[in-house]
Design a protein around this ligand. Structure first.
Ligand code: GTR
Length: 461
């Protein structure tokens, strides 16, 4: 019997928080903290823990054991030690606010949808959905959906897209001179989404601003996030209360609540996407919601695809990242003793199995630890193998390369940022995920999309 097994035998192991995801009935707010050992009582594990070994030391050998036992256990462990508890889905009717079929010179339909978030003040998430009008396949368009920073009106310069009234991060270059959206910001973030590129290839794009859930910058109370603390509105946060990453991931799952109902969208082809902190949220959303079909995590770094037990000395650490209010307060307790974590981020990747997954990185963004992310990907592969997934990657991608197929990694010579070439690489990968896309009309062959050298991109914060 290993030390950890001995410890947990005396504890009530509850996986209710994870098991309750998507349809559980645990009341309005987050569930009570699960009883797991405190960091002081956890054994040191120097290497990435084996995803196929249960907390009590027994081994998972079948898909059924993974699905029924290890997966819910890991979902509970991630919520307990790292992200905090995700509440169950809220109730409330979706509101279709507007439909415009003549966007992008007639190539696309814009829909704006209000999604109630279940709070007492009636807060909503405002989803922008842009759908290609020309679709050769029946069954609806695939959709890439993710979070934006500067408001829906920033990602596409269409005057009919509503300006958010929420508190935004001050960013004059995105038309946010103080903390609120202005008309001047319309379309200023379009280069980070290149929505017309997805539309040309038959792929829909959906997005909402992070502030609909909460800005998560620690400067002011984020009402939706605080509403779902264990003790409503309790400030400062308590052990096990969620941080912004979990809240954003939960917001992405609320977008899914709508996307599965839209007849113009293929409900089996919902692709979660995120850059940086939003990449962390996209991975967590996928790991805890089976309705999501695939995930693209771009430069997701620490708390995303990069393990806390990292080797890259230039990479972000648990100590660095827990200065933000993005995680459960418990995660901070593992700063400089990451070896005490009973889990690591490769297991977040493993929770996405057998679904297609793309990790995209830039050589000049060492803060996001691309090599460590690749190690995490490799350590997650035994779970993909359990499902018989083939053509798995074995060596890290060189700059300009994509390795793997359904499970893939790409590398560019690029800094922290996202642009048209990144989106081209995402779209080029979709056929590997068995999601049909129209061929690229760009003159360069598909493979060169990630070969081009970008000038260091601006941080998108
Ligand atoms: C940084 C953070 C990264 C990444 C980035 C971002 O400050 O350290 O993990 O999330 O912000 O989201 O832009």
């Amino acid at each position: 019997m290993n030390a950890l097994m001995a410890l947990i035998l005396g504890l009530t192991l509850s996986v209710d928080a994870a098991a309750s995801q998507q349809g559980g009935d645990l009341g309005d707010r987050a569930t009570a903290p699960t009883a797991f050992p405190s960091p002081d009582d956890l054994p040191s594990i120097k290497e990435l823990p084996d995803p196929l070994v249960n907390l009590d030391g027994t081994r998972v050998t079948t898909r059924e054991q993974w699905e029924t036992r290890r997966k819910p256990e890991l979902q509970a462990l991630f919520q307990h030690y790292i992200y905090g508890a995700l509440p169950p889905p809220p109730k409330g009717a979706l509101i279709l606010r507007s439909v415009h079929r003549d966007a992008l010179a007639g190539k696309a339909t814009i829909k704006q949808i209000g999604i109630p978030l279940g709070t007492a003040d009636g807060a909503t998430l405002e989803l922008l959905l842009v759908i290609p009008n020309e679709r050769k396949l029946s069954g609806g368009a695939p959709v890439i959906f993710g979070i934006n920073f500067s408001g829906n009106h920033g990602v596409l310069a269409d005057p009919r897209i509503a300006l958010t009234t929420k508190r935004l991060g001050k960013s004059p270059s995105y038309g946010i001179p103080e903390n609120h959206a202005t008309e001047a910001g319309r379309g200023l973030a379009a280069k980070m989404w290149t929505i017309e590129q997805s539309i040309a290839r038959g792929v829909a794009v959906a997005t909402f601003v992070n502030s609909d859930i909460g800005l998560g910058d620690g400067t002011a109370l984020d009402p939706v996030i605080a509403y779902y603390y264990h003790k409503s509105g309790q400030v400062p946060r308590g052990d096990g209360d969620w941080g912004a990453i979990a809240a954003w991931a939960w917001g992405m799952q609320r977008a899914v609540d709508y996307l599965v109902t839209d007849p113009e969208i293929n409900p089996k082809q919902l692709i979660a996407y995120g850059h940086s902190r939003n990449g962390k949220a996209a991975l967590l959303a996928t790991a805890t919601d089976p309705r999501i079909a695939a995930v693209i995590a771009h430069q997701s770094g620490c708390g995303g695809a990069a393990p806390s037990r990292r080797h890259n000395l230039k990479g972000e650490t648990v100590k660095d990242i827990t200065k933000f209010s993005w995680f459960s307060p418990r995660f901070k307790e593992f700063a400089e003793r990451e070896d005490r974590l009973p889990i690591d981020q490769h297991e977040l990747i493993a929770l996405c199995a057998p679904r297609p997954l793309l990790l995209s990185n830039g050589t000049l963004d060492q803060w996001a630890s691309p090599d460590d992310q690749f190690n995490a990907l490799m350590a997650a592969l035994p779970v993909y193998q359990l499902y018989g997934i083939q053509n798995l990657p074995s060596v890290a991608p060189a700059p300009g390369e994509r390795v793997g197929e359904q499970v893939a990694a790409t590398m560019r010579i690029a800094a922290h940022g996202v642009d048209a070439l990144d989106w081209k690489a995402f779209l080029d990968w979709l056929p590997c995920a068995k999601i049909a896309v129209a061929p690229s009309t760009s003159s360069s062959p598909d493979k060169t999309s990630i070969l081009e050298v970008a000038t260091p991109a601006k941080n998108t914060k």
